[in-house]
Design a protein around this ligand. Sequence first.
Ligand code: PLP
Length: 463
Amino acid sequence: MNMISNHPPTAELQAMDAAHHMHPFTDGDDLAAKGARIITRASGVTLTDSEGEEILDAMAGLWCVNVGYGRDSLAEVAARQMKELPYYNTFFQTSHVPVIALSRKLAELAPGDLNHVFYASGGSDANDTNVRLVRHYWAAKGKPEKTVIISRKNAYHGSTMAGASLGGMTGMHAQGGLPIPDIVHIGQPNWWAEGGEMSPEEFGRARARELEEKIAELGEDRVAAFIAEPIQGAGGVIIPPESYWPEIQRICDAHEILLIADEVICGFGRTGAMFGSLTFGIRPHIMTVAKGLSSGYAPIGASIVCDEVANTVAAAGDFNHGYTYSGHPVSCAVALENLRILEEEKLVENVATVTGPYLKEKWEQLADHPLVGEAVIRGFMASIALTPDKAARAPFAASAGTVGFICRDHCFSSNLVMRHVGDRMIIAPPLVLTKSDVDVLIDRAVQALDLTLTKIKEDGIYR
Ligand SMILES: *Cc1c(COP(=O)(O)O)cnc(C)c1O
């Protein structure tokens, strides 16, 4: 047994966790009864738990550990920065070297004239910034009535009041009085679940045109912006039909509204390009970034803003907005080192041309499994739809997520982290995943799918 001696026994940790730690997005009583799995260490793509089990992390934590775990240089950069300047703020006309260096680097990496960076501590609060920024922008242009932000059902834009309002998760709107005013939602480009008899391309265009219909309904003089993830992540890795983004871009160009690409997941290599906007030919006015910006080694998020919006806001007096940790020096230093690793090790190119195509080949074969309807993938983001009837793209009779949850548990006990969203199973592995890691991932996924099929037949919920 590979027991680790420098922490209390697992059962004791679990009891303390249940007694004192409130978990995000978790049924507290259910977890307390089961006991949390306690992760103690990680290296590369592998987690180790308090029992010494090794787990393949096909979710890169929460979609963020793009360069993999256990990078000494990130720890060293953080330690050095903490000794030199652990904290200083960027309010009141001060700045510091790491925030300046990172801002220039992000302006260089970001497409088009996205040349200006406003920092947050993560993706949610960066999207809060975006809400205030676009409304303030239009007010500065003499159009204070342009306040409505159009988003999409089943989108995820974070968990703060504005982030969760922008998001289109009904379960989140049901708690805490959301959405906040002047945020509306159109349909998502989820062909598998909602495309009916249409071809994916017809459906993609139809869903994009809902944006134009919504603008017409509200009046162009009321609409500030449209926000969307290039690929919906937490919604279940919903890859839009090829027709979708060009039509959205056409509509945004034809109307006087801002386009916000939420790149919190897609950014920094996940789709096989530096940004999802490059993968889909999107020309946003603002990009939200977080997660892969620091590979999760330090909390940081940002809005990367185009010249027109940044210059207008700069000329309009004080922007009365900011966070204590906007441009935190340690997070900025870590992010810079993370971007250096990403570039020097050519991790994005590797996803695009080597490991990505290999994962794609293997992942798409999962569609042959009796439980799997579609298996879709772009870069290192992939999902499978579980179904009792592939041809009809039918949901299970059991309530949505029942089978997905069973499958997730079988993955977890097979030492594979693969998440479920309803009855879709999703992965977003670290970009350092090798071909032999892919083989392990697929073997464990197939094993979990087999166990799931057996279990739901036993339980009488197959068909
Ligand atoms: C995770 C996520 C967020 C929220 O980021 P946090 O750092 O958790 O606040 C926002 N948008 C998208 C697309 C995300 O996936």
